[in-house]
Design a protein around this ligand. Structure first.
Ligand code: SF4
Length: 282
């Protein structure tokens, strides 16, 4: 703390700099602690934790997506029922299902249960819109885990995208049935800042041609998975050490049909077994 003396002048004795300067004398000691220049913030008590805690109270329904360095809105696999209708869920290749530790935390379970209540309520659009504005970020991800539970939820999510045109939204989904209802039956449209990417229903396979055609017609993208490193077009799924997107934002852009390496070691092992079985049947 900087204090004034009795005459009202700032005293040098009381002055403690916020960041301790690295001088000749203390350089070796500090450089042992500071390996990365960005890491220096970790050893300074900036009160970031307190600020972060306060911020989290403003965004109780959002999660931090550490891989993409953005915020996301998620649902549990059970509530979105995706695990029961998708090959990844049925064959234990879903990376969310196989991330046992993360998904078993009580706080995580409570958050996802609250998120499901919220998406089903009339307050969802307004509350989520405010929380996204609080993040002050220009990209936002829906469904690091989970999926559209129904058509009504999809309509609400698209309404949020329409009302926040300066944010780019990425919405991965496996719900081709809901997309069909939205685009074909209801004849509804999506704004250009909503990037919907339909996941291929089959593990480690190319997207069926009729679904590629459908995606083109609806002006959305699709994604597939593979175990073949050579055809992957997402660098972070190849990097087993870091697995971070860095400055890449391809998932948030239109005209990007992604080919991801199957995430998670257990998922890859189960996918290999599935592919072996497929080959044996041929
Ligand atoms: S394509 Fe880019 S943004 Fe998408 S997951 Fe891979 S690294 Fe991240």
């Amino acid at each position: 703390m900087i204090k004034k003396d009795k005459s009202g002048k700032w005293t040098k004795e009381n002055f403690k700099p916020f960041v301790k300067p690295i001088t000749q004398g203390n350089q070796s000691k500090d450089s042992d602690q500071i390996k990365d220049p960005l890491d220096k913030f970790a050893i300074i008590d900036t009160g970031i934790k307190k600020k972060k805690f306060k911020k989290l109270r403003l965004i109780p329904h959002l999660s931090e997506d550490e891989k993409m360095m953005c915020y996301s809105f998620n649902l549990s696999l059970k509530d979105s029922q995706c695990v029961e209708r998708c090959e990844y869920g049925k064959k234990d290749i879903c990376y969310v299902k196989n991330n046992f530790l993360h998904e078993s935390f009580k706080a995580r379970k409570n958050k996802l249960a609250n998120n499901f209540k919220l998406i089903k309520s009339d307050k969802f659009v307004n509350i989520l819109k405010m929380e996204i504005l609080h993040t002050k970020q220009r990209i936002f991800r829906f469904f690091s885990s989970g999926d559209f539970p129904d058509l009504d939820s999809m309509k609400k999510i698209i309404k949020i995208c329409e009302q926040l045109p300066s944010v780019n939204f990425w919405i991965p989904t496996s719900r081709d049935d809901i997309l069909f209802e939205y685009f074909e039956i209801k004849k509804l449209k999506i704004p250009s800042n909503a990037v919907i990417r339909l996941s291929c229903p089959n593990v480690a396979s190319d997207m069926p041609q009729f679904l590629k055609d459908q995606c083109k017609k609806w002006k959305i993208n699709y994604s597939c998975t593979t175990l073949n490193h050579k055809i992957v077009n997402c660098h972070c799924s190849l990097d087993s050490q870091d697995s971070k997107c860095g400055s890449c934002e391809k998932c948030f852009t239109n005209d990007f049909n992604a080919v991801y390496l199957i995430h998670n070691i257990l998922s890859r092992s189960n996918a290999r077994k599935l592919i072996q079985k497929r080959n044996d049947k041929k």
